[in-house]
Design a protein around this ligand. Structure first.
Ligand SMILES: C[S@@+](CC[C@H](N)C(=O)[O-])C[C@H]1O[C@@H](n2cnc3c(N)ncnc32)[C@H](O)[C@@H]1O
Length: 232
């Protein structure tokens, strides 16, 4: 499958179908919080970045903690100029690289096995679903700090600070997004590195049963998509 014409608007459903071809991590490591971003969530994030904010098409995109490459490959599918995916996990990067080769993208795609801290360069946009810091406190902050150093626009998923049933029901009924307030901590953190939060959208993230401590076959949590711009 080649790169679609950059000018053509891709429907979200088609994007979801495309993303569903990208394998999830075959043997996720709980310590690295290797949850593959579900196609519905990745498609929502990519669609907003591309068509609400104009941050994907013809842009240099970095996927930090790329896993098997859903956000990176989705960016290429939408018409990014170049894409770099970085992850510390060798087997995940191998799947991402094999998938991009088999899909035959014309977009310049690079894959690097390495720690987020080692990333250098200049990008237009970072897309990331970082570890939320459940296993290793502060893991998400390292990603956010790096993203703010290397890019002008950052799309970052974070844990919603609370869970209440009425809010979950509202998200389910809307089957989409609700705009919410930024967490004061993330707001301060972003400001410290010269960024400004443009919007925060809450959505539901379905989690299949992956690890021994998961008691249900499928559960869902609320996550927040932060849209951050770097101050000039
Ligand atoms: C929640 S998963 C998201 C995976 C992928 N972005 C996706 O959309 O499916 C977080 C990813 O961050 C990676 N990761 C965790 N710590 C890292 C670090 N210090 N440096 C680079 N990658 C890291 C994990 O290996 C994992 O693939």
């Amino acid at each position: 499958m080649g790169n679609p014409a950059q000018e053509r608007l891709i429907r979200k459903l088609d994007l979801e179908r495309f993303l569903s071809q990208i394998k999830p991590h075959p043997s996720p490591d709980v310590h690295l919080e290797q949850y593959t971003t579900p196609e519905s969530v990745a498609a929502t994030m990519l669609h907003i970045a591309a068509y609400t904010y104009g941050d994907i098409v013809a842009k240099r995109v970095l996927d930090l903690g790329c896993g098997t490459g859903r956000l990176a490959l989705g960016s290429a599918f939408l018409g990014a100029k170049s894409v770099l995916g970085v992850d510390v996990d060798k087997s995940a990067v191998k799947i991402a690289a094999e998938t991009s080769a088999s899909l035959g993208f014309k977009t310049k795609m690079n894959w690097v096995i390495g720690d987020v801290n080692a990333v250098a360069g200049e990008f237009d946009t970072v897309l990331q679903n970082p570890p939320f810091g459940v296993q290793k406190r502060g893991a998400d902050r390292v990603f956010l700090e790096k993203a703010l150093h290397v890019a002008k626009a950052v799309y970052s998923l974070h844990n919603h600070p609370f869970t209440d049933e009425p809010f979950v029901r509202r998200l389910r009924a809307k089957a989409s997004l609700l705009q919410v307030e930024a967490s004061p901590f993330i707001k301060r953190f972003v400001a410290k590195y010269g960024g400004r939060i443009d919007a925060v959208y809450a959505m539901l993230l379905p989690i299949p049963r992956m690890f021994g401590f998961h008691t249900k076959t499928r559960s869902e949590i609320i996550i927040d998509l932060y849209i951050i711009k770097k101050e000039k």
